[in-house]
Design a protein around this ligand. Structure first.
Ligand code: PEP
Ligand code: MG
Length: 757
């Protein structure tokens, strides 16, 4: 690698730094910045354009153009050379600017005297904040190192704009784009309204040192971190499970290719040679890549650009010596977390008391992060493409988990309106609380059992607060997901005992560990990467293959429920034979405990989750063996429709209220009745009023849901004549006529019958 040579850019950076720190009035400072750049780059013109919230680039400072054009000259994004640079987020280097087809003449500037033109976007995290231009009278093409220098300077201007340095210069009513209020539309992942301030899930590493005193040392640091990065990626590829060809390998190969990409590395080295620290250099190139990513429509290329983004993040962490990424200690009181995606365990890392909401670029309603958020009452809106680039830490933000919107930097009126909405919601919650002691009986006298989905100690008070009839699904894996190491048997037992004690007389259904899929335990490294983990070695499959794990858990459950009733079910059962195996294991553990003098539960009831479609073809055998069953509609839907429950693109594509899915559910509930086996549905579907209404009509008398759903579902069923709805729905299901119409039909029914949804 060549040694850093050019001292001039470094000098420029140093002078800029001094200038930024000087106590100068904002306009004067910006003018001096322009002057300094022009002088150092031997340019006759240097102009700074800032992007306003109305998508117009306004000239904020210039040397060389007519001074009276400052704050007067403006170009729309896409208009003229400056507008083109902003819209494409790419630099333009022209020896004859006026010959370029996009050139737009602005007589007030006097720029006709200048032939050559170099303009670069002012980028921050991929977002364009303005344009920086130098011009010369003569025809010249600016060499590559000058382009680099100008880009680096633009980065410093971006910092200045982001820090609010240009705001005092804005004319009344003309706000800068960076502060622009925006409304983004996404998908509701967890209902609720949250007002607060942005906290980035993967915070932009705050680079305090942009300028390096010792570029040679920075190059060494950069090189070392790139080497480490390459080793990690090589390591991943050399694992034995990666040896087989396949899509996962292709993806990693691409990743490796990028890590070795000369162009990428060269750009970062250039930036270091121009005076930046290694961190600042990585960030500069990352911002550039992000800008391209945001403009890229081809999904494949976007993914690849995401790879570069990930690599840059890794590099930054490597350089800053940061392993944890959450900045957890600094969470403000009203934090709205914004990120690309998040696992359920990561959400649990945050202090719940301070969380007002979660905003994701990806995410699907049945992903576990969404489920956990619902359980915790945290509103989530997902599938907001590019949102991470649009926000700054500390920006005001409102999350509207009723409409699926996010309001960025809201105006005071919007904030007020949402404050009102949040208060209205609270009043409605109070109404629901009043319903909690009312029996869950439909208008035509059908008794319904409403139960809770839970998994953490924090969920337990909801049993009392919501007035639910019991816990229909206790997801035991959540304890494992929040722990930093494997929970010991005694810890498991203590939790189960606490759950049973707080439930009192109300029944609790425990589900054995459902790990695998997207429920990854941070402290267990998968021995083998799977291409389709949701269909892989998870839940009961893992439990039966590693009986030690299941045995410990079963023993903890049996001990915790000593002297009472234990209800236990197994997830992801595919064949009845798996249930028999699991039942035998429980029986053995029971005998073992008895033999060693331990008290055991008075009654042990064993059941299964119905979430793999194969069980639908074994219902007779199943219901003659199990004591109860619970339909996991999240997984059952995923496998019936062959549509990944965590995929953005699949979210909303297939409807749970479709003829095929409702028929499948009806078949289960009918068969369960035939065998007098109690059956519940505990997927997310049961917590939605319209869906729950359909389920009741199909024959369900028991549903298990997130705590926040109990109120709305009860309000719905109190007004429901379930017999009437059944009479109208079943013929539609049987004939399959108007199949796409079921949702609409149910809505109209609710409206006609004044059923609150
Ligand atoms: C389901 O699959 O519907 C279910 C309740 O289980 P989980 O969401 O935990 O996979
Ligand atoms: Mg499931």
């Amino acid at each position: 690698m060549p040694a850093p040579t050019s001292a001039a850019p470094r000098l420029l950076m140093r002078k800029l730094r001094e200038l930024m720190a000087s106590p100068t009035a904002p306009q004067e400072r910006l003018d001096k910045v322009a002057e300094l750049i022009a002088r150092n780059m031997v340019a006759e013109v240097c102009s700074v354009y800032a992007l306003r919230s109305d998508n117009v680039l306004e000239l904020y400072a210039t040397v060389g153009l007519k001074p009276e054009s400052v704050h007067m000259t403006s170009l729309r994004v896409g208009e003229g050379l400056v507008g083109l640079i902003a819209s494409e987020a790419r630099h333009l280097n022209l020896s004859d600017a006026q010959a370029h087809p996009a050139f737009a003449y602005r007589p007030e500037t006097g720029e006709e005297d200048f032939k050559s033109f170099l303009g670069v976007p002012i980028l921050r995290a991929g977002r364009t904040l303005g344009v920086l231009v130098v011009q010369n009278r003569s025809h010249r093409t600016y060499p590559e190192d000058e382009v680099e220098t100008l880009q680096t300077v633009a980065m410093i201007l971006a910092e200045m704009i982001a820090a609010g340095g240009l705001e005092p210069l804005a004319r009344p009513g003309a706000t800068l784009d960076l502060r622009r209020p925006m409304r983004l539309d996404g998908v509701i992942l967890a209902e609720g309204i949250g007002l607060g301030h942005v906290v980035l899930h993967e915070p932009r590493v705050v680079i305090t040192d942009i300028f390096a005193d010792d570029p040679a040392r920075e190059l060494v640091r950069l090189e070392a971190s790139i080497d480490k990065l390459r080793i990690t990626v090589d390591d991943l590829l050399s694992r034995s499970e990666m040896e087989k060809a396949g899509e996962h390998r292709d993806v990693l190969e691409a990743y490796r290719m990028f890590a070795y990409d000369r162009g990428w590395v060269r750009k970062m080295e250039e930036a270091v040679k121009n005076g930046l620290t290694a961190e600042a250099a990585v960030e500069k190139v990352q911002s550039d890549t992000r800008a391209r990513m945001l403009r890229q429509t081809d999904p494949y290329l976007r993914e690849r650009l995401h790879d570069f983004d990930d690599l840059a993040n890794r590099l930054l962490r490597e350089l800053m010596g940061k392993t944890g990424i959450h900045g957890l200690g600094m969470l403000p009181r009203d934090a709205v977390i914004v990120g690309r995606n998040m696992g359920a365990a990561e959400l649990l890392d945050y202090d719940r008391e301070r969380l007002r909401g979660l905003v994701l670029e990806e995410g699907a309603p049945t992903s576990h992060v969404a489920i956990v958020a619902r359980a915790l009452g945290i509103p989530v809106v997902g599938q907001l493409d590019g949102v991470v680039s649009l926000v700054e830490t500390g920006d005001g933000i409102i999350i509207d988990g009723e409409a699926g919107h996010v309001q960025l930097r809201p105006q005071p009126e919007v904030e007020q309106a949402y404050g009102e909405k949040a208060r209205f919601r609270a009043r409605r919650q109070a109404q629901y609380r009043r319903l909690r002691s009312k029996p869950s009986v439909t208008k035509d006298g059908q008794q319904m059992s409403l139960q809770l989905n839970a998994g953490l100690v924090v969920d337990l008070p909801y049993l009392e607060e919501s007035g639910a009839n019991g816990i229909g699904l206790f997801r035991t894996e959540l304890q494992f997901m929040v722990a930093s190491s494997f929970p010991r048997a005694s810890e498991q037992e203590a939790l189960y005992r606490q759950v049973l004690e707080s439930a009192g007389d109300k029944p609790v259904v425990f589900r054995t560990l459902d790990i695998g899929g997207d429920k990854v335990l941070p402290y267990i490294r998968a021995s083998e990467e799977e291409e389709n983990p949701a269909m892989g070695w998870r839940a009961i499959r893992l439990g039966l293959d590693r009986p030690g794990l299941l045995r410990t858990q079963v023993r903890a459950l049996l001990k915790a429920a000593a002297g009472r009733e234990l209800r236990l079910m197994f997830p992801m059962v595919t064949h009845v034979a798996e249930f028999s195996q699991a039942r035998a294991l429980v029986e053995r553990e029971k005998q073992f405990l008895k033999k060693h003098g331990y008290a055991v539960p008075e009654v042990v009831k064993l059941g299964v989750m119905i979430e793999v479609p194969s069980l639908l073809f074994e219902l007779d055998e199943l219901f003659s063996q199990v004591q109860f069953a619970s339909i996991g509609s999240n997984d059952l839907m995923q496998f019936v429709m062959a549509a990944d429950r965590g995929s953005n693109r699949m979210a909303g594509r297939y409807d749970t209220l479709s003829v095929s899915f409702l028929r499948a559910l009806r078949q289960i509930v009918d068969k369960a009745q035939e065998y007098r086996t109690p059956v519940t549905l505990c997927g997310e579907m049961g917590g939605k009023p319209l869906e729950a209404m359909a389920l009741m009509a199909v024959g369900f008398r028991s549903l298990s849901m997130s705590p926040s759903s109990v109120g709305p579902i009860k309000a719905m069923l109190l007004e429901l004549d379930v017999g009437k709805l059944r009479g109208r729905l079943l013929p539609r299901l049987e004939t399959g006529r108007n199949p796409s119409d079921l949702r609409q039909f149910l809505k109209s029914f609710a409206e006609e019958q004044a059923i609150p949804l």
